[in-house]
Design a protein around this ligand. Structure first.
Ligand code: ADP
Length: 483
């Protein structure tokens, strides 16, 4: 792996705590999900070491928050520049540990960096408020102040961007950051720390604590009183555990949790555009994103035509090692992930679904799965209620607009939703009726740093990106003065 990099020093395996490269008593293995070989052994920090990182972040935050917004913006901007200058190497490191095709990995680096650029700019615009007093001699001022130490837990599906989306607003706001990357993908996080150090982010402000024990780190984050903010991306199940743990310290939480995105194609849709949207939305990162289309509802009049066009496109998709040329879909992250896709395909077939395209696991080695389309899918099947997180496109048929809205909303989740239609009144009506934090209309891509990303219902709390994203790292303080 090192030989593929222009700058091999980006491939670091130690944790980054208080501006120092830190080892633990043990290491844990990171493997390549395509070839299944071990590519690195990474520092496995103890709970005490994580506590020490929080102590350092607590101290560093006091000074960092006294910097002007413009001063913080300058080093964040430098960090952004370094990420973009090293986009190729960061992409290779990511593909090696995560599996996604190299072009997607580089795209993620740019996407992650865009949050750093955006929030560098926002650092200068943390405006307070003056409110006319409630009595003649009263003056009311509202300050926005950084909440303090922000602790972050992130998943393996976007090893760079999930950290950037949290660290950038935290640092811009004047918080310090202690991040625990997923065990599967720590190398991308550590490489970000290498660049943070080079950018001149002061010691203790940005820390990466690598550990094989997520639950120990989660407990330390929730029980350590110096942490004032927990920001998590992952499953709803783990989000619930963390919120329960966070209750004792009344810790402010942001939660980006699971999704079960509906993707609806109405009779009046531009079918070619809908197929393009479905391909990108379903198969990006091999179906392993929380905003991937999980349920594809197609109106009866266009069901067969849509299915045929989608199948033709899926038939051309190339599955392989993400570092090889021409790969559209890499491996899934691990055996558990590929087993879940197989379980959903088998369940659908047992309940009357049919395979239109693809072979699922048949003929595929390791963590690879062929992109597969199943037709005749119904609300009784597992895919209707559970997130598949893999390259299975289940096609549901519907007749009526109100019925499909009811089916789309019939889930505990409320993150992303998508639909394709042209009729203007239908577009408004459906967009308003979908109980989701994000609605893509005639588009399959909704992620951008300039918009507020986040879910409702059991998909989460808080928003990431846009000017709203920084609010999660700020507290309001109101000063009431008698003059
Ligand atoms: P995913 O399916 O994306 O891995 P998880 O919610 O299982 O979703 O994991 C998201 C992140 O949360 C990962 O970094 C994982 O290691 C971590 N995690 C898992 N269990 C816990 C826990 N009990 N406390 C804190 N973090 C956890």
């Amino acid at each position: 792996l090192q030989s593929l990099l222009k700058d091999p020093s980006l491939l670091e395996t130690r944790a980054y705590v208080n501006g120092e490269w830190t080892t633990g008593d043990k290491t844990f293995d990171v493997s390549n999900p395509a070839r299944l070989d071990v590519i690195a052994q990474v520092a496995d920090l103890s709970r005490e070491q994580v506590g020490a990182a929080i102590d350092a972040a607590y101290v560093a935050q006091k000074d960092w928050s006294s910097w002007t917004g413009k001063e913080r913006a300058a080093v964040l901007r430098k960090w952004f520049d370094l990420m973009m200058e090293n986009q190729d190497d960061l992409g290779i490191i990511m593909t090696a540990e995560q599996g996604k095709p190299l072009a997607e990995a580089k795209g993620e680096v740019a996407y992650g960096a865009s949050f750093i650029e955006f929030f560098a700019e926002e650092a200068k615009r943390i405006y307070g408020e003056t409110i006319p007093g409630h009595q003649r001699d009263k003056r009311i001022t509202v300050l926005k102040q950084p909440i303090g130490v922000a602790a972050s837990i992130t998943p393996w599906n976007f090893p760079n961007a999930m950290i950037a989306r949290k660290a950038a607003p935290a640092l811009a706001a004047g918080c310090s950051f202690v991040g625990r990357p997923a065990t599967e993908t720590p190398l991308s996080a550590i490489a970000m720390a290498v660049l943070a150090e080079r950018a001149g982010i002061p010691a203790g402000v940005f820390n990466i604590v690598t550990s094989s024990s997520a639950s120990e780190v989660g407990k330390e984050f929730c029980e350590n009183q110096k942490v004032r903010k927990l920001t998590f991306t992952g499953s709803t199940e783990v989000g619930r555990i963390l919120m329960r743990q966070a209750a004792d310290n009344v810790l402010k939480c942001s939660m980006e949790l699971g999704g079960n995105a509906p993707f609806i194609v109405f009779d009046d849709a531009d079918l070619d555009a809908a197929v393009d949207g479905a391909i990108i939305c379903k198969f990006r990162n091999n179906g392993q994103t929380c905003v991937c289309a999980n349920r594809i509802y197609v109106q009866a009049g266009v069901y067969d035509a849509f299915a045929e066009k989608l199948a033709a496109r899926v038939a051309t998709m190339k599955v392989g090692d993400g570092l090889a040329d021409g790969t559209d879909l890499g491996p899934l992250i691990n055996a558990e992930a590929s087993d879940k896709v197989v379980e959903h395909i088998d369940d659908a077939l047992a309940k009357g679904g049919q395979i239109l395209q693809g072979t699922g696991k048949d003929g595929m080695d390791g963590n690879f799965i062929a992109p597969t389309i199943v037709t005749g899918v119904t609300q009784e099947m597992k895919v209707a209620t559970e997130e598949t997180f893999g390259p299975l496109a289940p096609l549901f048929k519907f007749e009526d607009e109100d019925d499909v809205i009811a089916m789309a909303n019939d889930t505990i989740f409320g993150l992303a939703s998508y639909f394709y239609a042209k009729d203007l009144s239908r577009v408004y009506k459906v967009a308003e009726a979908l109980e989701y934090g994000i609605v893509g209309v005639n588009t399959g891509i909704i992620s951008t740093e300039v918009a507020p990303f986040g879910g409702i219902k059991q998909s989460g709390l808080g928003r990431e990106g846009s000017h709203h994203g920084i609010e999660d790292f700020l507290e309001l303080k109101y000063i009431c003065m008698t003059v």
